[in-house]
Design a binder for this molecule. Structure first.
Ligand SMILES: Nc1ncnc2c1ncn2[C@@H]1O[C@H](COP(=O)(O)OP(=O)(O)O)[C@@H](O)[C@H]1O
Ligand SMILES: [Mg+2]
Length: 334
């Protein structure tokens, strides 16, 4: 049994402009200790699909409109709020882009980590403090015993993200969800955080879901990649497979828009024309159809479903296997 099995997840937001279909039937599996990267342009439902697993969607206006998310056999979407406390922070932890929104500005760093440990496990205050220093050292905060009483503003952005990671892993979760944790950091620090999470993943044997809009980054982190567009998965599979043999026109477009795309060699950058659709009024048929140069009649009629291509590689496109070879370059603007 996989550690996490998401089935047909749907999340809506009721807004004054209409129903926002943020997540429209997302299904995937995550094995124990695996690293899944979720990529896609801004607004395609990456964060909402992850937040829904921990039931962190603001309800209202949000609403989990359907689906299941089995974690260690329990459906997270069917649990009572009280039952979720045993899972949030203990078995599934999450880190976000901006540590300042999660850290308390008026509480010393060490105490915040100790508090997280104390709340989530049955240890004494003294033991929690000892473990906090240990875990701060584990994430590479220098001189943690001395810095224990420092406040968040006395730490750099990268160090604050390390503290967030310390809190997240302090209870040895089975799954860490990282939602763009390095987006606000400069590239050097970003690389350090990536290496840190990869090391912790190996040490703790935890599974990781890494959400990012950065394909270059996902290639360095993940073993599997899931490409989302307009609230759906358009392609998913082992990272090497998807990078070397992308099947969905949207994946092709994304790979053409990064410096080292499919081949790993430097290429001229090309971006996908147009913008993602409005999630209130999705186009008929395939949601990518208005931006797709391979669009055919059938693409306007019906939403394509994911088709298995072998080795855990799936893609959702009516034109699968029928795209012209030379056109495996996407519609681009110069
Ligand atoms: N609280 C909210 N109210 C209304 N719409 C929301 C809310 N949160 C997210 N959305 C919408 O859900 C869609 C998916 O958002 P999100 O998952 O944050 O995208 P991303 O892929 O950038 O993480 C977007 O269209 C966004 O505008
Ligand atoms: Mg997001």
């Amino acid at each position: 049994m996989p550690l996490l099995q998401v089935e047909d997840l749907r999340v809506h937001f009721r807004t004054k402009d209409g129903l926002v279909r943020a997540v429209n039937g997302v299904s995937y599996e995550l094995e124990e200790g695996d690293i899944l990267g979720i990529v896609g342009e801004s607004g395609c439902g990456k964060s909402v699909s992850a937040l829904a697993l921990l039931r962190l969607i603001p309800e209202p206006p949000g609403e989990i409109a359907g689906g299941h998310a089995y974690f260690e056999g329990q459906d997270l979407l069917a649990l009572k709020r009280k039952e979720l406390y045993g899972i949030r922070g203990r078995k599934i932890a999450m880190i976000f882009q901006d540590p300042m929104t999660s850290l308390n500005p008026v509480m010393p760093i060490g105490e915040q980590v100790a508090e997280a440990i104390w709340v989530n496990s049955s240890v004494s205050r003294r033991e929690a403090r000892r473990r906090a220093i240990e875990v701060l050292a584990q994430v590479g905060v220098p001189a943690p015993a001395e810095r224990y009483k420092d406040y968040p503003h006395q730490f750099s952005g990268g160090m604050r993200q390390r503290v967030m990671i310390a809190m997240a892993i302090s209870c040895q979760p089975r799954l860490l969800i990282a939602d763009e944790p390095t987006t606000a950091l400069d590239v050097t620090i970003q690389a350090q955080i990536v290496e840190l999470v990869k090391r912790l993943q190996r040490e703790l044997g935890m599974a990781v879901i890494w959400i990012t809009h950065d394909l270059g980054l996902v290639a360095r982190v993940a073993r599997r990649i899931c490409v989302m567009y307009a609230g759906r998965i358009v392609e998913i599979g082992p990272i090497k497979e998807v990078f070397s043999r992308p099947q969905h026109p949207y994946t092709l477009g994304l790979l053409a828009s990064v410096p080292r795309g499919r081949t790993g060699r430097r290429q001229p950058l090309r971006h996908i024309e147009g913008a993602p659709p409005d999630m209130i009024s999705l186009p008929p048929g395939c949601a990518f159809q208005p931006r797709c140069q391979f669009c055919a009649e059938e693409c306007l009629q019906e939403e394509p479903s994911l088709v298995a291509l072998g080795d855990g590689h799936l893609a959702a496109c009516h034109r699968l296997g029928r795209l012209p070879v030379e056109a495996l370059a996407p519609k681009v603007a110069s």
